[in-house]
Design a protein around this ligand. Structure first.
Ligand code: DGI
Ligand code: FE
Ligand code: FE
Ligand code: FE
Length: 187
């Protein structure tokens, strides 16, 4: 297993648009790692693999969750949450990725979690602010990302939670817990 093979395997899972996003997340994660003294190699690997299962069919993701005892509560929340857990499972089983820090950064890149590691934060934030993103408020997140990983992530989760509320959708409790915990870390 080497990075070039993983690159090709990852690219093969997704349409070109998602691959372009992935490359943006890789570039941004490496920059954040350099700025905040994080592990550049792990940031690159986790960013490369973070959306590995994003384009998988819903039925395939559901089967992986059920058959491998991934958190069953995922099934009652937005399907957008599934690819993160399924992706961590997939890169471990298909490519032998065993680094728990890298697997966790993939697993929690969408929802966040209590006690996010620096690597979790880097990958999650890079996913929000990579150069291809253009949702309302993304430039403010890019500015905050220069000041503090935690401040930027609180603002990022706030924007996601606001959108979920506007659309009348359920909020995955772990996202609220992640946000509250990041605020506590600012104090
Ligand atoms: O996979 P990406 O599109 O690159 O980004 P992502 O993995 O951060 O997925 C974000 C999507 O997940 C976004 O459209 C919002 C949706 N989502 C649905 N429910 C929740 C949620 N995101 C979070 N953080 N928490 C939720 O409860
Ligand atoms: Fe290998
Ligand atoms: Fe994702
Ligand atoms: Fe992504």
């Amino acid at each position: 297993m080497n990075l070039e093979m993983l690159r090709e395997a990852t690219r093969a899972q997704m349409p070109d648009k998602r691959w372009k996003h992935t490359l943006g997340v890789v570039e941004t994660a490496i920059k954040l790692a350099k700025r905040y003294g994080g592990d550049s190699a792990k940031s690159e690997l986790a960013a490369l693999l973070h959306d590995y299962s994003k384009a998988w069919a819903i039925d395939r993701m559901e089967a992986v969750i059920r058959e491998n005892r991934l958190p069953p509560e995922l099934l009652v929340h937005d399907k957008e949450l599934w690819h993160a857990h399924v992706g961590a499972w997939a890169v471990r089983t298909e490519h032998g990725i065993e680094d728990v820090e890298v697997l966790d950064a993939i697993r929690y890149h969408t929802s966040g979690r209590e006690g996010m590691t620096q690597l979790d934060k880097i990958v999650c934030l890079a996913d929000y602010i990579e150069p291809g993103r253009d949702f309302p408020g993304v430039d403010r997140l890019r500015e905050l990302a220069k000041q503090s990983l935690e401040k930027a992530l609180v603002a990022a989760f706030d924007s996601t939670i606001e959108v979920l509320i506007q659309r009348g959708k359920r909020i995955f409790p772990q996202t609220v817990i992640a946000r509250n915990d990041l605020i506590a870390q600012l104090k």
